[in-house]
Every structure is written in C-alpha cells, then in structure tokens.
Write a protein that binds this ligand. Structure first.
Ligand SMILES: Cc1ncc(C[n+]2csc(CCOP(=O)(O)OP(=O)(O)O)c2C)c(N)n1
Ligand SMILES: [Mg+2]
Length: 804
C-alpha cells in the first residue's frame, strides 16, 4: 500500500497549465456554492430534502481529469463536482433535480423522479436505441441504498474485459474501443461496511477488471465515526490482504488526502493508467475529507462532532487548501481567486433562479388555468360559493406544487356532482388532460417504451416433425444455448458451476469447451455481484445470462434486481436500460432450500422486470429467444424437477419465440378453469385426467409469464365460459395465486360471470420438510387439486357429485 501521497510523484504528472488549475478552482467554487445555496433552498421550503457534495470537491476534480470518453462512473450522492467537471451536469440541472422538476431536458438524470444528488447520463436515444457510448462520458444511474452502486461497477468493468478479449465483439464499436474503458466507482467510508462492497472488491481482485474505486472518507457515516464501521478504523488498512504483490495479482491500493490537489491529480492519473492499460483494479482511499454542512438537511452535525473536530474540518477544508496551494505556488493572486469565487457565486445564483423560474412557472400556469376554470364552473353551479372559495384558496398557495392544484380540482368536481354536465365540462376535460400528463410525469417507463418491448416480439411457433427426437429437457436448452452462443456474440453466461461442468443441471455442458471461457464462465459464490456483473455488462450493450443456481438463493441478489434493475427505465425515464436475463430454477424438488417458489416476493419487488415461469424446457428456450429480441430485463425460473423429463426437440430451435404475456391453453373444458404455471402444470394436468374420469372437464391455462400477465384477457374469456376459477401455484397462501386472482378479478370483468367463489390452491405457509413426504404434505398434490375441484362441483350439483 502506498503511504499517503503528499509529494508529487511526477511519474505521470499531468503538468496542468495555470489556466487548467484555475478552471479547476472555478468548478470547485461553483460546486461549493451550489451546495451552500441548495441547503438554503430546502430551508426556505422550495425543496423537501438536500444532500450535497461539499468537502469532497477536489478529489472529484482529479477523478474527472483522469476520466475519459467511454468510461463509466457508478457512484453516490456526493459526486456533483465530478459531474460538473466532466460537463454532464449544469448548475441549472442540479437545482432542477433539487426541486423535483419532471422535465427530462431540464433534469436529464431522473426527470424529477429521484431526490437530489442522484446522477445519471442518458445512454439511450428517445426511441430506446443505444447512443454511441464511446463518444460520451457515462454515468450509471445512482440509487440511494448505501454501497448498492458497487455490484454493477463490477459488470461495467468486466464489460471492458470482454470487449478487449472477445474478438467476436469487435463490431460493437458503439460500446468500446478495445476494452480501454475504466469503470470508476465512488463510495462513502461508512458504506464500505456493506457486504456488497467486500464482495465487489474480492471479485474484482479475482477477475482483474479495470475498476477504480474511490472511498470518500470523511470519517463519518451520518453520526457514526469510523471506529464503529471499519476494522482498524481504516478501509485501506483493513483491505491490505487484497493488495497485489510482485508475484500475486490483486488490487492496487493508493492512499491520498482529499485536500491535496497535486497528490490527487497524480493518484488519479496513476490509477486510471493502471486500470485502463493493464486492467488492474485500484482502490483509492481518499482520507481527510470534510462535511462543511454536515450529512444532509436532516439534522446538524454539531450534535455529534465536538468543537475540535468541527474546527479541524474548517482548517482542512479542501477548497481552502486548494486556494492556499494556488497562492503559495504563485499560480494566481488572491484578487484573481476572489474574482473567480464571486463569478462562481453569481453563476450559481443565476442558474438556480433560472431553474426555479422554469419549474415554478409551469406549475403556476397550471394553477392559473385551474383557477379560471373553477371560477367559470362556479358561475353556473348551485354550489358557487364553495367553488369560488376553493379557487380563491388555491390562488393564494405559496410555492404551490402540482398536488395542490389537483386536490382542489378533484374536490371541486365532487362538489359539482349534482350540477349539469355543461357547467363542469371544461374543468373535467382539463383534469383529464392533466391526468394523462401527470401519468407521463410520474408513472411512465416502468417497462420499455421502445419497439423492443417484449409485447412487440413476433410470435413464431415451435415446429416439430415426426422424426423430432424425444430427449431430456436439459438437452433442448443445451442445443438452444449452443445455437445462441454461435449466433449472438453479445450473449454470454456466468455463474456458480456454469463454466467447466455447464451448470449443475448441465444445460451448458460442453459449451465452455466449445465457445470459450469468455462466453461460458464460472464465478465465485456471490449472487449479489453475479447480478451486478449482469447489470453492468448489460448497461454496456451486452446480453448477459446471469445464473443463480437455485431460486432459493435469489434473495442474495434480489436487492440489486429490485433497487437497480427493475426500476432503471422508470427512474431514468427511459434514459438507460439493463436488459439482463437472470436464469434460475425453482419450485418443487427436495428440502427447505431446494423447493422454493417465492413468486409473491418476486412479484412485489420486481415490477419493471419480465417474470417467466416456463413449465418445460422447450417453453423456456422459446422465452429466452423472445427475451433476447427485446430490451427488457427478465428472470426465467425453470422447473427444477424438469431437466430429465422427455421433451420433443423442436426443429426450429433458435427461431421460435414464446409470446410473453399470453397464457397458453393446456386443456379445454367447460366446467371450471384452473390457472397455473411452472411445475404445477404437470400436477394440474394429471388432476384434470382424474377429474375427467369423474365426469368433470376442467380448462387448464398456463400463464407462461407472471409479468406481463395475460395482456389479452384470455383467462377472463375462459372464466366467462366456465363460470368457475381456481388459481393454483406452489407459493405460500396469499402470494402468487393471490396476484393472479387480483389481476383477473379486477382487470378482466369476470365477477358477474362467476357461479362460485374464486379459489386458490397453494402450498402451506411454511417451507416443505425434507423428502418426498415433506413435499407431499406441504406442496399442492394431484389429490388436493382433484378434491378442491370436486368440492366446488359438489356445491353446484350435489346430486351428480355427492360429497366424498
Ligand atoms: C442500505 C442503506 N442503509 C442506510 C441508509 C441511510 N444512509 C444514507 S447515507 C448514510 C451514511 C453513509 O455514510 P458514508 O458512506 O460515509 O457516506 P457519506 O454520506 O459520509 O459521504 C446512511 C446510513 C441507506 N441510504 N442505505
Ligand atoms: Mg462518510
């Protein structure tokens, strides 16, 4: 580990001109004043919350100097100076985000959807196609959970490795120039305590990917000092065992103080070179940073920092030190620096006012329109006084927000309910228009708006002929993956035991030997960063298939899927996409951790992803094909007990697709509809045969995907015919089955067609005990299905179906 760098090493010294140094001073000043003014805006009630990058300016300027076109940042809420320095953020945009302005041009990171300090660049054109990322400075889209920016950093860096070493990717010139791109991560000192930080560091050391992680160390995580967070109170000391040596690969660790401009410049040039040229991961521990205004606008740091510490922070403020450096090296005199500061201050004020004026005038305009329409409606209303009073109160709102306007209009429409349609027609029409606009502002882009949305994938049926052989299900996948590896250079897979043995169920058996280690690779046991590897590589144009060995272990990676992947298109309003596919296997097998079917968990956390639940491997292969033609992220849950079952090999493997969001009829019948998916399809179909012998014909529908869910209302049509419905799965009661029930009852207008209460068939609330008996007494069985259906038929016609 390097000693704290304080003397310029001069080996890569950037030798900046006087002008460049003063330009850095200007950016630092602009950023600092943005922080100071931002806090005031919150206290004036113009924004709800603020978290700022003051005290971290100089290191970020040094990082920006080493950052090159095509590089990616994955960082956190302190990085405004860096974003300003690379030219991907203006002060006006910064304040637009503080105010939560929904205009995507004014606030291109999140269109007002994220709180301030959440940065992102736009990788996509308006139509959802990729921009040329090699000609841009890129930033992945920030999220709030501490350290959650780390897992995708691994993937962003790994993509460079693939682009450099996989010759098949040479055509993908929009994404890489010979894998020269560095992924730059930033993280707070306290956040390094999170497991995902250590998982990322370890994986980067193993994989030797071009990543530079900066730890902004201000000694605290909100109120808690370093000694409570980190062994030895120092993350670089704690990580010493990861450090590379002359004989062993590992991580380069550099220590540098956050107020030392020259040392920082050198550290970043050195780190950037090492990562870019040699693909060596680097950690820069930036010490002695400060928080001039404390952690955020919620609370003050005087509560937990003593006077000595507060004085130290003042004395070692990085901008004050930078100023001293400029003066003592006679780069400029005090007047020049004062002038730059005054100009920076004026610029911040002017851009802040421009942002406020644009943001607030839009709402004021809506408010004025509403007031006019309310007064007009009042003219013809029997409740004139009340409506005029609502208009009056609305017009007097200080710093109005959209909600104030809409609440008033909705109250007025309720008040006007007994008045003639004509009196309120204009107000109603205006409200309808605003509802559409507000949907676009606050609710759009959960899924892709592009032509590659999964619903646009053309349906191509699988073809079979008399000679098509019956093989183990896993062989269908194996042939499909072989075909896809051959034909789509963007496609690759990785995970535990996926490489050498071709996954624990052998769907990739022999494919590493055939297609190479870059296409089919083993990873450590680290589900969280397996997902991160998928996120980062998919953010850079690749099509990763991230393997999670069993569905029961998805929980380790679920947070990244929920917090990062599922909401990515939404939180950037279509600015970024990460179309990774997670491949896993679940439902029934044996024992508590190999039989899970936690669809409720997935459904409530992964809205924004596609959730595929194939019943066999032929269907799974078709789903992978559909997904690779689309640009949505997805999870595919194969049936753990299905790899050795015989299926007929389709002759158009690699071509056929499964329509996602469209249930498939497995059996037609007039008496009752059962809606199910996955391994339960076989159970229900067996029960259907038994029921047929009892004179009951059930219709069986396989939903195929839970998200999207039956977009054409096929289940509703079936229920309208049979008038009875059961939703069956192996999740706990009130989870996946309840979701399906809600989707059909609320969305498909079937209630009035039902002759009997809709029912669910589920597993027990606990996990299944071990062995086949454990399965039988915990998961729904053929007998359970037969008896439930029979009981419903007994209610309808007890004569024909007497009680068992
Ligand atoms: C997973 C998670 N836990 C808790 C929080 C709340 N939180 C936000 S910032 C923060 C402190 C982070 O400290 P540090 O990493 O040192 O960064 P700093 O703010 O000091 O730059 C905490 C606990 C969070 N955002 N995410
Ligand atoms: Mg900190």
């Amino acid at each position: 580990m390097s000693e704290v760098q304080s003397v310029p090493k001069n080996l890569n010294s950037p030798n900046l001109s006087k002008e460049a140094i003063l330009a850095d001073f200007r950016v630092a000043m602009i950023s600092r004043h943005a922080s100071l003014v931002g806090r005031k805006e919150v206290f004036m009630g113009k924004a709800k919350f603020g978290i700022f990058g003051d005290g971290k300016e100089i290191a970020q300027i040094a990082m920006a100097r080493a950052f090159q076109l095509g590089d990616f940042r994955s960082g956190y809420y302190r990085d405004q100076t860096f974003m300003l320095a690379i030219g991907e953020l203006t002060v006006k945009q910064y304040f637009s985000q503080l105010y939560a302005y929904t205009n995507v041009e004014a606030e291109p990171a999140s269109a007002g959807r994220l709180m301030n300090g959440h940065f992102a660049t736009r990788s996509l054109n308006e139509d959802g196609s990729w921009k040329d990322l090699t000609k841009k400075y890129n930033s992945a889209a920030d999220i709030s959970p501490t350290a959650a920016q780390m897992p995708k950093l691994l993937g962003l860096a790994y993509a460079s490795k693939l682009y450099r070493d996989n010759k098949g990717l040479k055509e993908m010139t929009k994404f890489s120039v010979n894998g020269n791109e560095v992924a730059w991560g930033t993280i707070g000192n306290a956040s390094t305590s999170e497991g995902m930080f250590f998982e990322t560091i370890n994986a980067a050391g193993v994989m030797q990917v071009p990543m530079v992680i900066s730890v902004w160390d201000d000694g605290y995580g909100i109120s808690v000092p370093n000694e409570f967070h980190t062994t030895k109170g120092s993350i670089s000391e704690a990580l010493a065992g990861f450090e590379r040596t002359d004989s062993q690969k590992g991580i380069e660790i550099i220590r540098v103080n956050g107020w030392d401009y020259e040392a920082l410049l050198n550290a970043y040039v050195e780190a950037g070179e090492l990562a870019r040229v040699s693909h060596v991961p680097v950690l820069i521990h930036v010490l002695e940073m400060t928080q001039p205004q404390g952690h955020s606008t919620s609370g003050s740091h005087e509560r937990y920092k003593d006077k000595k510490r507060l004085q130290w922070e003042k004395d070692w403020d990085c901008i004050s030190k930078f100023r001293e450096y400029i003066l003592s090296n006679e780069i400029a005199n005090a007047d020049t620096l004062d002038k730059i500061e005054a100009e920076a201050k004026a610029q911040v004020k002017q851009e802040k006012e421009a942002a406020w004026s644009q943001f607030s005038s839009e709402i004021k305009k809506e408010l004025s329109e509403a007031v006019v329409l309310l007064r007009a409606a009042a003219q013809h209303s029997t409740r004139k006084v009340i409506i005029n009073q609502l208009a009056e109160e609305l017009s007097k709102t200080i710093n109005p927000i959209r909600k104030d306007v809409v609440v008033t209009v909705r109250k007025a429409l309720l008040t006007l309910r007994l008045d003639s349609a004509a009196a309120k027609a204009d107000l109603k029409a205006w409200y309808a228009k605003q509802t559409d606009l507000n949907f676009n502002r606050y609710n759009s882009h959960l899924y892709s708006h592009s032509e590659w949305n999964v619903l646009n994938v053309e349906e191509i049926p699988a073809k079979f002929n008399d000679k098509s052989p019956f093989v183990d299900g896993r062989e269908i996948l194996q042939s499909y993956f072989d075909y896809t590896l051959e034909n789509d250079p963007r496609f690759f897979t990785f995970g535990e035991d996926v490489g050498k043995i071709g996954d624990v169920n052998q769907a990739f058996a022999g494919l590493q030997a055939k297609h190479g280690e870059l296409r089919v690779s083993d990873t450590g046991i680290r589900e969280c960063t397996i997902i991160g590897q998928g996120i980062g590589t998919s953010l850079r144009g690749l099509r990763p298939l991230a393997e999670i060995q069993y569905l029961d272990y998805l929980l380790y990676g679920l947070q990244m899927l929920a917090d990062d992947v599922a909401c990515l298109q939404y939180r950037t309003k279509g600015g970024q996409k990460a179309p990774l596919i997670v491949r896993t296997r679940g439902h029934r097998l044996e024992g508590v951790w190999h039989s899970g079917s936690p669809m409720g968990m997935i459904l409530s956390t992964l809205r924004g992803m596609v959730v595929c639940v194939p019943r066999d491997m032929t269907q799974a292969a078709g789903m992978y094909n559909s997904l690779l033609k689309s640009d949505e992220p997805a999870i595919v849950i194969e049936c753990l007990n299905g790899y050795r079952l015989k299926e007929q090999m389709p002759e158009n493997l690699g071509e056929y697709t499964v329509p996602l969001g469209k249930p498939e009829f497995l059996r037609e019948g007039a008496d009752l509809t059962i809606v199910t998916y996955g391994s339960m399809c076989r159970v229900v179909m067996e029960a259907a045969s038994e029921l047929a012998e009892l004179g009951i014909e059930i219709e069986v529908l396989d939903v195929q995907t839970l998200l999207p869910f039956d977009v054409h209302g096929i289940i509703g049509d079936s229920v309208k015919k049979t008038n009875r419905v059961i939703f069956a799965d192996e999740d706990v009661p009130g989870a996946g089955s309840a979701f399906m029930l809600q989707q059909v009852i609320e969305g498909q207008d079937v209630f009035k067609y039902l002759d009997a209460e809709p029912q669910t068939i589920t597993a027990k609330s606990h996990r299944p005990a071990y062995s086949s008996d454990g399965d039988y007494f915990s998961k729904p069985s053929v007998e359970d299905v037969v008896e439930k259906v029979y009981a419903m038929m007994n209610e309808v016609d007890p004569k024909t179906f007497p009680e068992i």
